[in-house]
Design a protein around this ligand. Structure first.
Ligand code: GLU
Length: 411
């Protein structure tokens, strides 16, 4: 199934509950603007390579559009379009004053030198600098992009528009970023997992957790839950995973990954396990924190965890979502579960605009408050309307965007 069809199915379930008219559905599903640009760049070898960059600005009814930039070989307009819509619902669920957007370039960052990545990024900004900015659309990191990439974006944008740190978020702390942004998505996933466990009447200490992915999100989620006395029984990256029933040594995993160019291959603190085995592991909580679409019609029945927390964007295909619901598995949806990243991006933007910096404790405190409130609202709606947490989250998000559209008028 194409990714836009998948997000359309989730949208429609909520739109039915909200009794939205066909005209409003069409308005909310259509992107405001979709851009595709050519990025010709001289590589280190001296050859010229041409990349394609995308930015989809989905909706601005609630504020400037917001969303990450993805550098991955699978990036195409179709994927970016559906991820942009996801950002619109996500910012609305946590009630921060933004719309939604997403961008990306189809490339494999692991096969490129930092200089090549910098040239590609700067050329991309050359091509789209008139289309984004602090009050219009604010990019941020996503899969395959780092704080360094955000620094290049800010610097290149400044060449056209003057000093504008708020034109992009997720920047390095030494270059107008904020402490706490880096850990925020994982921290949010972790703290919402704890809230969900308590709400379901389950004990936190000793809870067994399997995490697919050890990138920015997976690693910080693991650390947060490990500190909360959960047992991280399995973890993986693109090359495979590791399993240890008594719990993996998370700090050791960090050390190993830092000294092996971000890869876990060769780690000796657990038994080897494939990604497919990890998804089917008998544990309390399963957290897909890597690619989209990993749980499908084919493997959903193999899941044994009673709780899934979607740290990645769109890791569950809609057919799998129905199966998981039928099996009684509780799913905390991406547009709530991983919203900690964009929420901390908002804090960065606010501080950039005020030329002021909060301490890490304030960042964490405000993050926990906003996510906590969103969790309560989703949970309450899910219980009162007898719908899944995903449908409840979409109802909250889509309802808020619809309301802003009506209030703003269509002129
Ligand atoms: N890429 C992240 C997401 O999917 C963060 C976006 C942002 O900070 O704007 O939510």
């Amino acid at each position: 199934m194409r990714s836009s069809e998948a997000s359309r199915i989730y949208f429609d379930r909520a739109a039915d509950q909200l009794d939205l008219s066909d005209n409003m559905r069409r308005l909310l599903l259509t992107a405001k603007r979709e851009v595709q640009v050519q990025i010709p760049v001289e590589m280190d070898s001296g050859d010229v390579a041409t990349f394609i960059g995308y930015r989809v600005q989905h909706n601005s009814a609630r504020g400037p559009m917001k969303g990450g930039l993805r550098y991955h070989p699978q990036v195409d307009l179709e994927e970016v379009r559906s991820l942009a819509a996801l950002m619109t619902w996500k910012t609305a669920v946590v009630n921060i004053p933004y719309g939604g957007a997403k961008g990306g370039i189809s490339l494999d960052p692991s096969k490129m030198s930092p200089r090549e990545l910098e040239r590609i990024t700067r050329r991309f900004v050359d091509a789209i600098h008139d289309l984004f900015g602090p009050d219009v659309d604010i990019p941020a990191p996503d899969m395959g992009t780092t704080p360094d990439v955000m620094a290049w974006i800010m610097n290149q944008y400044g060449k056209y528009h003057g000093f504008s740190p708020a034109c992009v978020t997720g920047k390095p702390v030494e270059y107008h970023g904020i402490p706490g942004r880096d850990e925020a998505t994982g921290r949010g996933v972790g703290s919402l997992t704890l809230k969900l466990l308590s709400r379901l009447g389950r004990k936190i200490a000793g809870t067994s957790v399997a995490i697919q992915g050890f990138g920015n999100v997976g690693s910080h989620t693991a650390k947060f839950l490990h500190d909360a006395e959960c047992r991280i029984v399995a973890i993986s990256d693109a090359f495979g995973g590791f399993h240890r029933t008594e719990g993996l040594d998370v700090l050791e995993l960090f050390r190993y990954s830092n000294s092996h160019s971000g890869r876990l291959e060769g780690f000796s603190g657990g038994d080897h396990m494939t990604n497919a085995e990890l998804l089917a592991l008998d544990c309390d909580v399963l957290i897909p924190a890597a690619l989209g679409g990993v749980l499908t019609q084919e493997n959903a029945r193999a899941v044994r965890a009673p709780i899934i927390v979607e740290a990645a964007n769109a890791p569950i295909q809609p057919e799998a979502d129905l199966i998981l619901d039928e099996l009684g598995i509780v799913v905390l949806p991406d547009i709530l579960a991983n919203a900690g990243g964009v929420t901390a991006s908002w804090f960065e933007w606010v501080q950039n605009r005020q030329y002021y910096q909060w301490g890490i404790n304030r960042v964490r405190q405000e993050l926990d408050r906003i996510l906590g409130e969103a969790f309560e609202q989703v949970w309450q709606l899910s219980t009162s309307r007898k719908v899944t947490p995903r449908t409840a989250a979409y109802m909250l998000g889509v309802g808020r965007v619809g309301r802003a559209t009506v209030l703003g008028g269509i002129q």
